[in-house]
Design a binder for this molecule. Structure first.
Ligand code: MG
Length: 282
């Protein structure tokens, strides 16, 4: 019995050699990102750190808010019938391509933003990234929900596609990776349900309340009352790309909502917003 055990042990040891050799020979996965950037406030990761853990993949069901109709107190921002509620970033009518019941970002055409503004709001958005998928990482279905052109909820095709965790789909770009990766496949309609609490400043210009955001992606919680550390890097002059987030000058709580043009054709449909009436209920 002892000899048989030894033989089995030896067999296992010998068998492991080629397996180990194969593992060593396999090329390490390369994930885009940066390590020459500042450390995040948590002191663990660089801004856009490729080593920051990838969120666990969760397969979403058909989201409870898929094709959700607006509640009675919502303002419909897009129902497929026109772009009257939207304008170019520099003013003027929005010119994104319209088709059936959706609109599509016009690469190099610039982002479009709402004419209206809201403080402390609930936002429903549906989007679809290109099918077949084109490009990789940050170049694959990149768009975004930009609040006040300061705070970005990333839109990206992160379905079986990796990038730095703080820049993948449903991240608060440059700050907070999603709790899980709940992406659907390219071309499928996906939902974001966003609860945004605007930041506040006092009369002396001191920040008294950080922006707070909750995001459900395809019905799955991916940001849970995350307190933003400031403006997203790379979308306004206050915080250049790849630098540490910070709050810019005080701004009113009422914010516009922008759909980002990041040179990839991303589709949007069924967008509505409603005030959460936080101050009225306090
Ligand atoms: Mg983006």
């Amino acid at each position: 019995m002892k000899n048989k055990l030894m033989a089995l042990t030896l067999f296992a040891a010998v068998s492991a050699v080629p397996l180990l050799a194969q593992a060593a020979a396999a090329p390490a996965e390369v994930i885009e990102g940066f390590t020459d950037t500042p450390m995040q406030p948590n002191g663990k990761w660089h801004v856009h750190d490729p080593a920051r853990p990838q969120p666990q993949v969760v397969t979403p069901a058909n989201s409870f808010s898929h094709a959700a109709l607006p509640p009675s107190d919502a303002e419909v921002l897009f129902d497929g019938k026109g772009l009257a509620k939207w304008q170019k970033a520099g003013g003027g009518d929005a010119t994104w391509k319209m088709s059936d019941n959706y609109m599509e970002s016009a690469p190099q055409g610039g982002g479009i933003r709402t004419r209206g503004k809201w403080a402390d709001f609930q936002l429903h958005v549906e989007f679809a990234t290109p099918k077949p998928a084109q490009g990789g990482g940050q170049g694959r279905g990149n768009s975004g929900i930009l609040i006040n052109q300061m705070y970005e909820v990333q839109v990206l095709d992160s379905y079986e596609s990796k990038t730095y965790a703080d820049g993948q789909a449903a991240s608060i770009y440059g700050q907070s990776p999603p709790l899980v990766n709940a992406c659907k496949a390219p071309g499928e309609w996906q939902t974001y349900d966003i609860l945004f609490e605007s930041p506040r400043w006092n009369a002396q210009g001191e920040l008294t309340k950080k922006a707070v955001i909750t995001v459900l992606h395809n019905g799955v919680v991916v940001q849970n009352r995350y307190e933003l550390t400031g403006c997203t890097d790379g979308i306004n002059n206050a915080v250049p790309w790849r630098t540490l987030s910070k709050y810019a000058a005080p701004h009113p709580p009422e914010c516009f909502i922008e759909l980002q043009d990041h040179s990839n054709p991303v589709r949007y449909r069924n967008i509505w917003v409603r005030s959460m009436h936080l101050e009225a209920n306090q």
